[in-house]
Ligand binder design. Structure first.
Ligand code: HEM
Length: 247
């Protein structure tokens, strides 16, 4: 960071050659260069902590749930094989490809719903809140549990079962009285800024995984939720490159 600041933003820039800026360069220039070093470090760390573990757990859980649900894996493979067939073998994916992966989005939604990577968020009441027979006094902190809502059978039939097809039939995000019932990325002004990035990353990952590899789990593993959501052993698998993808 210091080196970049001394070099007026970037390291090793050839004169006249416009290189893509990285995050540190953007931060050095943002707000007229008024961010302190502490603010910039805090910003980078927040993004790393908030974005890294969450996305990698989402990937792991998607692979685990798909392995345990062969029909879903078969449908996902078909969706991605069709995309690959329409493109050249080595052509990279584009935004329009990402936007034509409806079943993949069902798989991601369902993984987020069952996995509850972030189990909920804390909020402080700014005013007395009256809800049913309860009053949450002003200043009181509450924990809004996403897991309690996502795994509630009143909102989702057989709520503990991984069923990506439910998102094809009923993709309502609110219940009859308008309350949000699907909030894996939180909501309101603090909504996760990385929600679309996480979906894109996992969609691209699943594309390459199912079109190029087969796999089997090497040992049984299970989900644990405390202190954070993860698989106990990191869900180890044996990967095999498919013969048709070797070229
Ligand atoms: C599966 C992936 C992810 C999940 C489930 C997730 C979930 C969440 C949740 C529940 C919140 C709290 C929202 C609230 O208070 O209402 C949050 C906040 C945040 N997330 Fe994510 N996130 C994910 C990926 C990412 C990524 C990829 C990034 C950035 C690279 C990111 C950056 C952040 C940041 C900076 C905040 C704090 C926002 C604020 O307080 O204003 N997240 N995330």
């Amino acid at each position: 960071m210091e080196e970049k600041a001394e070099n007026g933003g970037s390291i090793g820039d050839d004169e006249g050659k416009k290189e893509k800026k990285d995050m540190v360069e953007e931060l050095l220039e943002a707000e007229g260069g008024s961010f302190s070093e502490e603010e910039m470090v805090d910003f980078c760390l927040s993004l790393l902590v908030a974005g890294y573990e969450t996305t990698s757990v989402l990937m792991t859980l998607a692979v685990k749930f798909l392995t345990e649900t062969p029909a879903a894996l078969a449908e996902l493979k078909e969706e991605h094989a069709n995309i690959r067939d329409m493109k050249g073998k080595k052509q990279p994916l584009e935004w329009s490809d990402y936007k034509s992966m409806p079943f993949t989005q069902c798989v991601i939604n369902e993984t987020l719903r069952v996995g509850n990577i972030i189990s909920g968020v804390f909020r402080r009441a700014n005013t007395d809140i009256h809800y049913k027979d309860y009053t949450i006094p002003k200043g009181c902190k509450i924990f809004a549990s996403f897991r309690a809502v996502h795994l509630n059978n009143e909102h989702y039939e057989n709520a503990r079962t991984f069923n990506p097809w439910r998102w094809q039939i009923n993709n309502k995000l609110q219940n009859a009285v308008g309350a949000n019932i699907f909030t894996p990325f939180g909501g309101g002004p603090r909504l996760c800024p990385g929600y679309e990035l996480a979906r894109v990353v996992v969609s691209i990952f699943l594309h390459h995984l199912v079109t190029r590899f087969s796999w089997e789990e090497t040992e049984e593993d299970r989900l644990v939720f405390f202190p954070t959501t993860r698989t106990l052993k990191g869900y180890p698998i044996n990967l095999r490159l498919l013969s048709e993808s070797i070229c």
